[in-house]
Design a protein around this ligand. Structure first.
Ligand SMILES: *Cc1c(COP(=O)(O)O)cnc(C)c1O
Length: 376
């Protein structure tokens, strides 16, 4: 059996090696390392895939969030509502820009922003909402967009974990996640569902003038070289990464199917087990399983992790500390925040190996090891 990893980038690479190697060599031969042709090609292909007007590439998913907030003109003191149950980057940029993070609950089933908790958190200072499509499951966008419209707020979708995921509105129309807010952001960090071989990110929008601002801010605030209109940053997707992404984007559908197939396998094993709750799949969305995350009840989680590790099976807790309890955000209230569902989840979640290369032998080995520990 192949060794089991949380993410097996090597096996995935070997399947596309010839094409990737060729694409990389072409960039090296061209020496157009910055803003070479593959960058624009990738932005165009991704826009086509997502069904969005503009894709602005940048250096990583954290910058994508930051650039969005800068382009929307958010100012110090403005409140930005985010779930606490997310990767720290979502909130970090809010604090970095001297905006004020306001934490809300997630729905215990979807792991995504709870609309009721969101609406309660709105104040006259609220300017933006950042739903996160956590683990690859879409947030309840129809409700969130309605609330945003009612109060005149921007929606920035943090789509770093859910590229390719879909949301179905009650009128039957379907949109890709990341394309429903004022902007959507993503990361091409290697372990993400569409990962490059280093850092990368992108911002999506349908708004023409916002697209110009986003591009300008990502490029030192200039449209014309050496004429700097606003304070921006230096955030680029480099040509080598774009070349890799051009190859990998063609396989994104296959990658999503492979993840969903692995998730189906785990679901069959753990679906009826009294000590495990399998990931919820809302009928409004397509889950692309960036992570496969179980909720454990009555299980010594650390013991399970150690037991799996003794069998060379990795597992992870995403995330052991919710954002509202992170030391870096202590100035924003720390444990004054009452987010019992978030705390509840933090104590119970465990993510099993999930990637595009898992085979049935590995899935059977992982599953039976879990069952051996928690009981059948
Ligand atoms: C990975 C991730 C980011 C940040 O992406 P980077 O490319 O690592 O900067 C932001 N938000 C979420 C939810 C993520 O998972």
């Amino acid at each position: 059996m192949k060794p089991i990893q949380m993410v097996d980038l090597k096996q995935q690479y070997l399947k596309i090696k010839t094409e990737v190697d060729g694409a990389i060599q072409q960039v090296v031969d061209s020496t157009a390392f910055i803003n070479g042709k593959p960058v624009g090609e990738f932005a165009g292909s991704l826009a086509g895939y997502l069904g969005i007007k503009h894709v602005v590439t940048c250096a990583n998913g954290t910058d994508a969030l930051q650039i969005s907030m800068m382009a929307l003109g958010l100012e110090p003191g403005d409140e930005v509502i985010t779930p606490s149950f997310t990767y720290v980057a979502t909130v970090e940029v809010v604090a970095l820009l001297r905006l004020k993070p306001v934490f809300v609950e997630v729905d215990k089933r979807t792991f995504c922003m709870d609309p009721e908790s969101l609406e309660k958190a709105i104040t006259p200072k609220t300017k933006a909402i950042v739903p996160v499509h956590l683990y690859g499951h879409p947030a309840p966008m129809e409700e969130i967009l309605k609330i945003a419209e009612k109060y005149g707020l921007y929606v920035i979708e943090d789509n770093a974990q859910a590229i390719g995921s879909e949301y179905k509105f009650s009128d039957g129309s379907v949109r890709k996640t990341g394309t429903m807010g004022m902007t959507g952001t993503t990361s091409f960090f290697p372990s993400k569902n569409l990962g490059c071989y280093g850092d990368g990110g992108a911002i999506f929008t349908n708004d023409d003038s916002l697209a110009i601002k986003l591009k300008m801010i990502a490029n030192h605030g200039q449209q014309k070289r050496y004429y700097h209109e606003v304070v921006g940053c230096n955030s680029r997707l480099d040509t080598l990464q774009a070349a890799v992404l051009n190859v990998k984007l063609k396989s994104l559908g296959i990658y999503i199917d492979a993840r969903r197939k692995a998730a189906d396998y785990y679901d069959r094993v753990f679906g009826e087990h009294p000590k495990t709750t399998i990931p919820y799949r809302a009928n409004y969305g397509l889950h692309v399983f960036h992570q496969y995350t179980l909720i454990l009840e009555g299980v010594d989680r650390d013991g399970l992790i150690q037991f799996l590790s003794s069998r060379n099976i990795p597992s992870m807790i995403y995330y052991p500390v919710p954002a509202h309890k992170q030391q870096m955000f202590a100035a924003f209230g720390g444990s004054d925040w009452l987010l019992p569902d978030t705390d509840w989840l933090t104590e119970r979640v465990i993510s099993l190996p999930m990637h595009t290369e898992l085979d049935e032998e590995q899935l059977a080995w992982i599953s039976s090891a879990v069952l051996e520990y928690i009981g059948r």
